[in-house]
Design a binder for this molecule. Structure first.
Ligand code: UD1
Ligand code: CA
Length: 483
């Protein structure tokens, strides 16, 4: 419904109060940079295009937006709709808005403007302000803005009204003149809607006459009121309007956002114990169980009925139905197929692919290795750059020696092969289907299918030797004690 509305999002500020070398809007909340959320809200509200005003840390912010909202981003159909405009010097939100307006395409009739540091607001919250412009033909407003009312709005701009209740202006905390003004409970969360024409006129009128010597976007409200234009104030939910200016507020926003995600997943039929952390963008199937202190990040997918036990850390993990990830397993950029069992204490590094019903046990590390259905490596192993065929069994302590100090090489284990414990497979090497590798063998040559490879010294038993040795050692100890 808002194809002809362009959203302008201000994100050029340094964020001095963050005390950080990272631009404020790139600080993550629930796993995604602050700026992600307002841009997404604008797109979900149906705005035809979004112009993000960048300045401080411009390259990094632009790079993030291109990745997150490009063709391989969150929704491919959003590609091409997010643009940037540059504010060269950070001279205040009014100046930033001007930079933003210069980037709005000519067909746009209306502009919806808000800040890049308010992560909790939703598409509905911003759409409500845009809709207020046409609420009533006769009383049609020139400019609409969201307002919130709370007990202690310290730090926010306050909504000043005349005795009849008409909005006169927004006054910043630092510019409040009396205790009576400081006691005003209605404040400005910073969502504005008007025609493009109004913004152009109002922004051209701004002067930096305030405590900070900056161009305040908020002064567009006084501009409208002085002209006698109607200003629509849209009562909004204060719980989602907190801006993030410092790291204490960042922590509060992160907590609130994570709580919201947990609730969404719980209501969708997933059991999630206290203390688990599930970041934005994770998908979980019904009846999965996520135990305490599990952390699910990035593009992680968890299939129906899977169990992610205590302390597991999943980053871009694709976990199939009915998988059991036992405690303290780490899975990164990898696939675990249906009903496989992992852990406890397993480490699946990037490009691991564990087949259906396969087992990866404790203290097993895999990297760029594919295990076919039902393959097992149950204890203490390193499997790097390899293939393990269906039903093969890799014994305890097996190592794929994949690296010669210069290059990585591949180890292939055929279907149903058996690798005895404590073997080293020196890659490149292939073990044929159904072959056996004897315990403790260092395999340096390919092993044909159904062959046995064994490479270890022959065992010799010396009768009575242990008893004689003990006698000798005991006598030596006693002789030494007498000296
Ligand atoms: C602003 C509002 C205040 C409101 C509050 C809500 C003004 C003058 N004040 O205050 O009324 O209650 O937000 O959260 O608008 N930015 C730029 N360029 C600049 C300055 C800022 O792009 O030159 C961007 C920042 O990156 C940020 C946003 O604008 O995302 C808001 O700026 P900030 O300094 O945080 O404003 P507040 O002091 O929070
Ligand atoms: Ca702010």
């Amino acid at each position: 419904m808002f194809e002809k509305t362009t959203a302008v999002i201000l994100a050029a500020g340094q964020g001095t109060r963050m005390k950080s070398s990272l631009p404020k809007v790139l600080h993550p909340v629930a796993g995604k940079p602050l700026v992600h959320y307002p841009v997404r809200a604008a797109l979900e509200a149906g705005c035809g295009e979004v112009v993000v005003v960048v300045g401080h840390g411009r390259e990094a912010v632009e790079a993030y937006l291109a990745k997150a909202f490009g063709a391989s981003g969150e929704k491919p159909e959003w590609a091409g709709r997010v643009k940037t405009a540059v504010q060269k010097e950070q001279r205040g939100t009014g100046d930033a808005a001007k930079a933003g307006l210069s980037g709005v395409r000519s067909e746009a009739e209306r502009v919806l403007l808000f800040y890049g540091d308010v992560p909790m607001l939703s598409a509905d919250d911003v759409a409500a302000v845009a809709r207020a412009l046409d609420e009533d033909e006769e009383k049609a407003a020139t400019v609409a803005l969201a307002t919130c009312t709370t007990e202690n709005p310290f730090g926010y701009g306050r909504v000043m009204r005349d005795p009849e209740g008409r909005v006169l202006e927004i006054r910043e905390q630092r510019d409040l003149k009396s205790d009576a003004e400081r006691a005003i409970k209605e404040w400005n969360p910073g969502i504005y809607a008007a025609t493009r024409r109004f913004f152009d006129d109002a922004l051209a009128s701004l002067e930096p006459n305030n405590a900070q010597g900056e161009y305040y976007l908020t002064d567009i409200v006084a501009f409208a009121a002085k002209r006698g234009d109607r200003v629509a104030a849209v009562p909004s939910n204060p719980d989602v309007m907190d801006g993030v200016n410092d790291r204490a507020q960042l922590a509060l926003a992160d907590r609130a956002m994570c709580e919201r995600l947990l609730k969404k997943h719980r209501l969708a039929g997933i059991t999630i114990r206290d203390g688990a952390r599930i970041e934005d963008g994770v998908e979980i199937g019904a009846d999965a169980v996520i135990e305490s202190f599990a952390v699910l990040r990035g593009k992680t997918r968890v299939g129906a009925g899977a169990t992610i036990d205590v302390g597991c850390v999943l980053t871009n993990a694709d976990v199939g139905e009915g998988v059991a990830l036992k405690p303290y397993s780490v899975v990164t950029d990898s696939i675990v197929r249906a009903r496989a069992q992992i852990g406890p204490f397993s480490h699946l590094r990037p490009e691991s692919d564990v087949g259906e019903e396969a087992h990866i046990g404790n203290f097993v590390e895999t990297k760029k290795t594919k295990l076919d259905r039902g393959a097992k490596a149950n204890h203490l192993a390193y499997l790097g750059d390899g293939f393990v065929g269906e039903g093969a069994n890799v014994g305890a302590g097996t190592i794929f020696c994949n690296y010669d100090g210069f290059q990585k090489h591949v180890t292939r284990i055929g279907k149903g092969a058996f690798i005895g414990s404590d073997s080293q497979l020196v890659a490149p090497v292939t073990i044929g289907d159904g072959a056996y590798v004897g315990t403790g063998t260092t395999v340096t040559k390919d092993v044909p299918a159904d062959a046995l490879a064994i490479g270890r010294a022959k065992q010799e038993n010396k009768e009575g030797y242990a008893a004689r040795l003990r006698g000798r050692l005991k006598a030596a100890k006693e002789a030494a004690a007498k000296k």
